[in-house]
Design a protein around this ligand. Structure first.
Ligand SMILES: CC(C)(COP(=O)(O)OP(=O)(O)OC[C@H]1O[C@@H](n2cnc3c(N)ncnc32)[C@H](O)[C@@H]1OP(=O)(O)O)[C@@H](O)C(=O)NCCC(=O)NCCS
Length: 166
Protein backbone atom coordinates (compact mmCIF):
# COMPACT_ATOMS: atom_id res chain seq x y z
CA UNK A 1 0.00 0.00 0.00
CA UNK A 2 1.24 3.46 -0.90
CA UNK A 3 0.76 6.39 1.48
CA UNK A 4 0.85 10.01 0.30
CA UNK A 5 1.74 12.86 2.62
CA UNK A 6 3.16 16.33 2.86
CA UNK A 7 6.32 16.54 4.98
CA UNK A 8 8.77 19.12 6.26
CA UNK A 9 12.56 18.99 6.18
CA UNK A 10 12.47 17.77 9.81
CA UNK A 11 10.53 14.65 8.87
CA UNK A 12 12.48 11.34 9.08
CA UNK A 13 11.32 10.72 5.48
CA UNK A 14 13.16 13.81 4.16
CA UNK A 15 16.54 12.07 3.65
CA UNK A 16 14.74 9.40 1.60
CA UNK A 17 13.12 12.12 -0.50
CA UNK A 18 16.57 13.63 -1.14
CA UNK A 19 18.05 10.26 -2.11
CA UNK A 20 15.23 9.69 -4.62
CA UNK A 21 15.67 13.18 -6.12
CA UNK A 22 19.40 12.53 -6.46
CA UNK A 23 18.94 9.12 -8.05
CA UNK A 24 16.20 9.99 -10.54
CA UNK A 25 16.73 13.69 -11.31
CA UNK A 26 19.99 15.18 -10.05
CA UNK A 27 22.69 12.57 -10.74
CA UNK A 28 21.75 12.29 -14.46
CA UNK A 29 22.52 16.01 -14.88
CA UNK A 30 25.69 15.96 -12.76
CA UNK A 31 24.21 17.28 -9.51
CA UNK A 32 23.82 15.97 -5.97
CA UNK A 33 21.84 17.53 -3.13
CA UNK A 34 24.89 19.42 -1.80
CA UNK A 35 25.44 21.11 -5.15
CA UNK A 36 21.72 21.83 -5.57
CA UNK A 37 21.51 23.43 -2.10
CA UNK A 38 24.65 25.49 -2.61
CA UNK A 39 23.49 26.79 -6.02
CA UNK A 40 19.92 27.46 -4.84
CA UNK A 41 20.34 28.50 -1.20
CA UNK A 42 17.17 28.75 0.88
CA UNK A 43 14.94 26.92 -1.59
CA UNK A 44 14.73 23.65 0.36
CA UNK A 45 12.96 25.62 3.12
CA UNK A 46 10.63 27.37 0.66
CA UNK A 47 9.46 24.14 -1.02
CA UNK A 48 6.37 22.26 0.08
CA UNK A 49 7.51 18.62 0.09
CA UNK A 50 5.20 15.75 -0.92
CA UNK A 51 6.17 12.09 -0.73
CA UNK A 52 4.73 8.68 -1.56
CA UNK A 53 5.90 5.92 0.77
CA UNK A 54 5.65 2.18 1.06
CA UNK A 55 6.11 0.01 4.14
CA UNK A 56 9.20 -2.21 4.21
CA UNK A 57 10.62 -4.38 7.01
CA UNK A 58 13.21 -1.62 7.53
CA UNK A 59 10.54 1.11 7.83
CA UNK A 60 8.78 3.50 5.46
CA UNK A 61 10.55 3.97 2.13
CA UNK A 62 10.08 6.96 -0.18
CA UNK A 63 9.09 5.77 -3.67
CA UNK A 64 7.86 9.08 -5.08
CA UNK A 65 8.23 12.79 -4.44
CA UNK A 66 7.21 16.20 -5.71
CA UNK A 67 7.99 19.75 -4.62
CA UNK A 68 5.76 22.80 -4.83
CA UNK A 69 7.04 26.36 -4.76
CA UNK A 70 4.17 28.65 -3.83
CA UNK A 71 5.97 31.98 -4.18
CA UNK A 72 6.81 32.28 -7.87
CA UNK A 73 7.22 35.04 -10.45
CA UNK A 74 3.77 34.15 -11.85
CA UNK A 75 1.19 35.74 -9.59
CA UNK A 76 -1.20 33.25 -7.97
CA UNK A 77 0.59 30.28 -9.52
CA UNK A 78 2.74 27.66 -7.81
CA UNK A 79 5.52 25.74 -9.52
CA UNK A 80 5.66 21.95 -9.37
CA UNK A 81 9.27 20.78 -9.31
CA UNK A 82 11.45 17.70 -8.95
CA UNK A 83 8.69 15.19 -9.58
CA UNK A 84 10.18 11.70 -9.39
CA UNK A 85 9.05 8.11 -8.94
CA UNK A 86 11.38 5.23 -8.08
CA UNK A 87 12.26 3.59 -11.44
CA UNK A 88 11.18 0.21 -10.04
CA UNK A 89 7.73 1.61 -9.19
CA UNK A 90 7.01 3.73 -12.28
CA UNK A 91 3.82 3.00 -14.22
CA UNK A 92 1.81 2.06 -11.11
CA UNK A 93 -0.09 5.33 -10.80
CA UNK A 94 2.15 6.77 -8.04
CA UNK A 95 3.10 9.87 -10.06
CA UNK A 96 -0.52 10.56 -10.93
CA UNK A 97 -1.62 10.34 -7.28
CA UNK A 98 1.25 12.58 -6.18
CA UNK A 99 0.23 15.30 -8.63
CA UNK A 100 -3.37 15.01 -7.42
CA UNK A 101 -2.14 15.42 -3.82
CA UNK A 102 -0.20 18.53 -4.82
CA UNK A 103 -3.19 19.96 -6.72
CA UNK A 104 -5.53 19.33 -3.76
CA UNK A 105 -3.22 21.17 -1.38
CA UNK A 106 -2.50 23.96 -3.87
CA UNK A 107 -6.13 24.62 -4.82
CA UNK A 108 -7.40 23.97 -1.29
CA UNK A 109 -5.64 25.37 1.77
CA UNK A 110 -2.91 27.19 -0.19
CA UNK A 111 -5.49 29.05 -2.29
CA UNK A 112 -3.45 29.04 -5.50
CA UNK A 113 -5.08 29.86 -8.86
CA UNK A 114 -2.93 27.50 -10.86
CA UNK A 115 0.24 25.43 -11.06
CA UNK A 116 2.90 25.26 -13.75
CA UNK A 117 5.98 23.14 -14.24
CA UNK A 118 8.88 22.74 -16.62
CA UNK A 119 8.26 19.23 -17.90
CA UNK A 120 10.83 17.15 -19.65
CA UNK A 121 9.34 16.61 -23.12
CA UNK A 122 9.38 12.85 -22.43
CA UNK A 123 6.87 13.46 -19.60
CA UNK A 124 4.48 15.83 -21.44
CA UNK A 125 1.78 13.23 -21.98
CA UNK A 126 1.98 12.25 -18.29
CA UNK A 127 0.83 15.80 -17.45
CA UNK A 128 -1.65 15.96 -20.35
CA UNK A 129 -3.39 12.85 -19.01
CA UNK A 130 -3.84 14.78 -15.76
CA UNK A 131 -5.52 17.69 -17.54
CA UNK A 132 -2.48 19.95 -17.82
CA UNK A 133 -1.80 21.88 -21.06
CA UNK A 134 1.43 22.82 -22.80
CA UNK A 135 2.23 26.52 -23.01
CA UNK A 136 4.81 28.20 -25.23
CA UNK A 137 7.69 26.67 -27.15
CA UNK A 138 10.10 23.92 -26.22
CA UNK A 139 13.22 25.12 -24.36
CA UNK A 140 16.44 23.67 -23.02
CA UNK A 141 17.11 23.26 -19.29
CA UNK A 142 20.20 21.41 -17.99
CA UNK A 143 20.72 20.05 -21.52
CA UNK A 144 17.26 18.42 -21.56
CA UNK A 145 14.37 19.62 -23.78
CA UNK A 146 11.46 20.95 -21.73
CA UNK A 147 8.02 22.45 -22.22
CA UNK A 148 6.00 24.52 -19.76
CA UNK A 149 2.86 22.68 -18.59
CA UNK A 150 0.03 24.49 -16.80
CA UNK A 151 -3.18 23.73 -14.96
CA UNK A 152 -5.65 26.29 -13.60
CA UNK A 153 -7.74 25.75 -10.49
CA UNK A 154 -10.96 24.08 -11.61
CA UNK A 155 -14.02 26.33 -11.30
CA UNK A 156 -16.23 25.65 -8.31
CA UNK A 157 -19.29 23.79 -9.55
CA UNK A 158 -22.27 25.51 -7.94
CA UNK A 159 -24.33 22.40 -8.71
CA UNK A 160 -22.28 20.44 -6.19
CA UNK A 161 -23.46 22.56 -3.28
CA UNK A 162 -26.19 20.58 -1.54
CA UNK A 163 -29.55 22.36 -1.37
CA UNK A 164 -30.77 22.63 2.22
CA UNK A 165 -33.79 20.41 2.68
CA UNK A 166 -35.35 22.60 5.37
C1 LIG B 1 7.20 10.96 -15.09
C2 LIG B 1 6.95 10.18 -13.78
C3 LIG B 1 6.97 11.14 -12.61
C4 LIG B 1 5.57 9.51 -13.90
O1 LIG B 1 5.30 8.79 -12.71
P1 LIG B 1 4.65 7.33 -12.77
O2 LIG B 1 4.30 6.92 -11.41
O3 LIG B 1 5.55 6.45 -13.54
O4 LIG B 1 3.33 7.63 -13.65
P2 LIG B 1 1.89 6.99 -13.47
O5 LIG B 1 2.04 5.50 -13.33
O6 LIG B 1 1.14 7.70 -12.42
O7 LIG B 1 1.25 7.29 -14.90
C5 LIG B 1 0.07 8.03 -15.10
C6 LIG B 1 -0.23 8.04 -16.58
O8 LIG B 1 0.81 8.73 -17.30
C7 LIG B 1 1.45 7.85 -18.22
N1 LIG B 1 2.88 8.11 -18.15
C8 LIG B 1 3.70 7.93 -17.12
N2 LIG B 1 4.96 8.34 -17.41
C9 LIG B 1 4.90 8.78 -18.67
C10 LIG B 1 5.85 9.32 -19.52
N3 LIG B 1 7.13 9.53 -19.16
N4 LIG B 1 5.45 9.67 -20.77
C11 LIG B 1 4.18 9.49 -21.14
N5 LIG B 1 3.21 8.98 -20.37
C12 LIG B 1 3.58 8.63 -19.15
C13 LIG B 1 1.13 6.45 -17.76
O9 LIG B 1 1.14 5.54 -18.83
C14 LIG B 1 -0.27 6.64 -17.20
O10 LIG B 1 -1.21 6.65 -18.26
P3 LIG B 1 -2.75 6.19 -18.09
O11 LIG B 1 -3.46 7.38 -17.52
O12 LIG B 1 -3.16 5.86 -19.47
O13 LIG B 1 -2.74 5.03 -17.15
C15 LIG B 1 8.00 9.05 -13.58
O14 LIG B 1 7.95 8.17 -14.66
C16 LIG B 1 9.41 9.55 -13.39
O15 LIG B 1 9.83 9.79 -12.26
N6 LIG B 1 10.17 9.68 -14.49
C17 LIG B 1 11.56 10.08 -14.41
C18 LIG B 1 11.74 11.50 -13.94
C19 LIG B 1 10.89 12.48 -14.69
O16 LIG B 1 10.78 12.44 -15.91
N7 LIG B 1 10.27 13.38 -13.92
C20 LIG B 1 9.41 14.38 -14.46
C21 LIG B 1 10.22 15.54 -14.80
S1 LIG B 1 9.16 16.75 -15.51
Amino acid sequence: MITYKQITKDDPLYPGECRLRERVLLTPIGYDMDRFVSEYPGFEDKFEHFVATTKTPGGDRVVGCALLLTDTDRSGYGKLMQMAVDPQRQGEGIGRRLVIEVESAAFGDMGLEGIYCHAQTSAISFYERLGWSAEGDEFDEAGIPHRKMVIARPPVDAGETPIPSW
